[in-house]
Design a protein around this ligand. Structure first.
Ligand code: PLP
Length: 385
């Protein structure tokens, strides 16, 4: 970190170790990818066992079929799916599919939504955020969403949304907003694309199971590859058929690494042996407990800070109530940098923007240690806050 960039040497379980030998409790977990912890022994053994038998075949393998079956069992809306290399790629293919299937070109997304480098309203300059026409609506604003569909319904190819704003600040979705998204897309024959790249870690069937909605398309990534690079997109069979290469005019889905064996094996082992419903619930309970604990500390010390999120992910904001939409009052660069430096100094690794994503290796002692560290920050920096 500025002015002393930290270079990581290695990671183990819940810990990161830098080149100088400093150890950090990892509460960032590779931006939520490493939900199984670092180099989980079960995944490592499976990868080592495969190493002498080929890393990629340039053809179908039993490994991708097995991973696909697990994902389809978890996500019943995903009748067919395809693998790619990242969440960004998965979304790009889903957008392409939505355009092809509807013969429309207008997209609707959330202000503060993040669908990877290709479509980001959370982390990108407004001039560059999308390669096509996009209308944005505020999160959790049913009236605004209805108004957009009322005005542009016949042109809307796709409404893309996250069921919790992730990079946009871990902002929880109102049930009514999720339901409205499904209803309006069905009414106007637009594709509802739910991006579960991050939120698949919050419920065994993703947040679509939690909210009881059935998207037309779903994108996946991050933890479904057991730490390896991965993306997947899928949904209604009649839509996914447009990728069927035996049909004339099919959409191309090419890529040297699309079904690389290591990601398929690591993902399968992670989902079947590590990221079970029970362990997802345990990580969520730890995260929910931590959020309450941190918000109680902020209230106790009258600090104008609040933690938002759901289950195993949380984010820090300026304010006293959890934001409902993007663009809450911004945490000043100074406070953000101070907070981050304080955490690193005390041995906790978090995302620089103040976001945490727990793993199944995160223990109660890590959580308690972090809460103590936050309390020291609130006391020591009370004048700055
Ligand atoms: N969609 C969401 C909701 C994400 O949080 C991310 C990554 O943070 C992506 C897509 C992009 O995934 P990737 O980084 O694998 O390209």
């Amino acid at each position: 970190m500025s002015p002393y960039p930290i270079t990581i040497d290695h990671a183990e379980g819940a810990m990161l170790v830098d080149l100088d030998g400093n150890r950090y409790v990892d509460l960032g977990n590779d931006y939520a990818v490493a939900m199984s912890g670092h180099s989980n022994a079960v995944i490592a053994d499976a990868i080592k066992a495969q190493f002498d038998h080929g890393l990629g075949f340039g053809g179908r393998s039993k490994h991708e079929t097995r991973l696909a079956e697990i994902l389809q069992a978890r996500f019943p809306s995903v009748e067919r799916l395809r693998f790619c290399n990242s969440g960004t790629e998965a979304n790009l293919y889903a957008f392409l599919l939505a355009r092809a299937a509807t013969n429309r070109s207008l997209f609707v997304m959330i202000d503060g939504g993040y669908h990877g480098g290709a479509l980001s309203k959370a982390m990108s300059d407004d001039r560059f955020f999308a390669p096509f026409d996009v209308i944005t609506v505020p999160y959790n604003d049913v009236a605004a969403l209805e108004a957009v569909f009322e005005k542009h319904g016949p042109q809307i190819a796709c409404f893309a949304m996250e069921l919790m704003l992730n990079s946009g600040g871990c902002i929880v979705c109102d049930e009514g907003f999720a339901q409205a998204a499904q209803r309006l897309c069905a009414k106007h024959e637009s594709i509802l694309l739910v991006d579960e790249v991050m939120t698949s870690r919050l419920h065994v069937g993703g947040l679509q199971a939690h909210y009881g909605i059935k998207p037309d398309l779903t994108t996946l990534g991050k933890m479904i590859g057991g730490g390896f690079t991965i993306g997947a997109f899928g949904g209604r069979a009649d839509l996914m058929r447009l990728f069927d290469q035996t049909q004339q005019g099919a959409i191309a889905h090419n890529g040297s690494f699309n079904n690389n064996v290591m990601s398929m094996i690591a993902g399968y082992v992670a989902l079947t042996q590590i990221l079970t419903a029970e362990r997802i619930d345990t990580a969520n309970a730890l995260g929910d407990g931590l959020r309450k604990q941190l918000n109680a500390l902020c209230a106790k010390h009258k600090a104008p800070l609040v933690w938002s999120g759901q289950g195993s992910v949380l984010a820090l904001h300026l304010g006293t109530t959890e934001p409902k939409r993007f663009n809450p009052p911004p945490l000043s660069a100074e406070i953000r940098a101070l907070f981050h430096a304080h955490m690193l100094d005390q041995g906790f690794w978090i995302a620089g923007r103040g976001m945490l994503a727990l793993s199944v290796e995160t223990q109660r002692a890590h959580i308690d240690g972090f809460a103590d560290c936050v309390e020291r920050f609130l006391v020591e920096q009370s004048e700055v806050l």
